[in-house]
Design a protein around this ligand. Structure first.
Ligand SMILES: [Zn+2]
Length: 293
């Protein structure tokens, strides 16, 4: 099983930034809903696809395709399973949907895309084919249409092995936009059985359209590609480094017990500061002096 963090690929895949006022009045998670930055169980759905349990009904979905790509899956009080982000390909998303049915019986599923890159919405076709809604921002819809093929070419350039099945999967990946579109500046709030999930847009960060997914009742933040779990910025082809810093700062008041990055294995809240530190080292000296802890 390959769980190695691959900073080289990660560096190639991510960038984002655009600040917004963010409420931070979430109470402490109830013990039944609590998550912790430790994996308590690992469920293998395929050699490259694992569910990492971080709390009751809360999982990191780790898809190595071939880059380590994390999304999150959370069971809400009404039985709905919410995906924050998606696996990289619909085939992997289908395996997770099959697991939900196998383990829990038929359940409602809702997905929220975190950007237009393949690692933020590549599973969309599986959800829509199954009749489940997929939420995403208006900017993600536009960028997928305008830049999707450029992103595909960039991604293929990172897969050196011409015979890799992942290369073939990236070539074949159909770009399927979300079918429930929200204005990115407004973000999105959904409620299921009294528990809330928010899509938060902190401005342009690693890419213009990345959103973070926040579960206030669990103090769980999935920062997608705007959170850096390693010591490099990764793919900054579309990044706005200055506004990325502002965006991460705007997330820091959120009460969190776990922070999940799209790429990497660390899960602790310190990933927010780590992101600022990595970005500060990427700034000109003059800008660095303004990046404070
Ligand atoms: Zn990414």
């Amino acid at each position: 099983m390959n769980f190695r963090f691959r900073p080289f690929f990660v560096a190639l895949l991510c960038s984002a930034a655009f600040p917004a006022a963010i409420a931070c009045d979430a109470p402490a998670a109830s013990p039944a809903r609590a998550v912790a930055p430790a994996v308590t169980a690992e469920i293998e759905l395929a050699p490259d696809l694992h569910l990492l349990r971080i709390g009751a009904g809360a999982y990191v979905v780790r898809h190595v395709c071939p880059f380590v790509c994390n999304s999150v899956l959370v069971e809400m009080p009404d039985g709905t399973f919410v995906f924050g982000g998606t696996p990289g390909f619909p085939e992997a998303a289908r395996l997770v949907l099959d697991w939900i049915v196998r383990e829990h019986g038929p359940r409602p599923v809702v997905a929220i895309d975190t950007g237009y890159h393949f690692d933020n919405l590549g599973g969309n076709a599986a959800f829509l084919d199954a009749g489940f809604p997929v939420h995403g921002s208006d900017l993600t819809v536009r960028l997928l249409a305008e830049r999707g093929e450029k992103m595909r070419a960039l991604t293929l350039g990172f897969i050196a092995d011409k015979n890799s099945p992942y290369r073939a999967a990236h070539v074949a990946l159909q770009f399927v936009p979300p079918d429930h579109v929200f204005p990115i500046e407004q973000g999105l709030t959904l409620r299921f059985g009294g528990e809330e999930v928010r899509a938060i847009y902190p401005g342009p960060t690693q890419a213009p359209d990345k959103v973070a997914i926040y579960f206030p009742g669990r103090r769980l933040l999935y920062g997608s590609c705007m959170i850096l779990a390693g010591d490099r910025t990764g793919n900054v082809a579309e990044a706005d480094l200055a506004r990325w810093i502002d965006g991460i700062r705007s997330l820091m008041p959120l009460p969190v017990d776990v922070v999940v990055a799209a790429h990497g294995s660390r899960l602790e809240p310190g990933l927010l500061q780590n992101t600022l530190d990595v970005l500060a080292r990427s700034q000109p000296a003059e800008a660095q002096s303004t990046v404070r802890r």
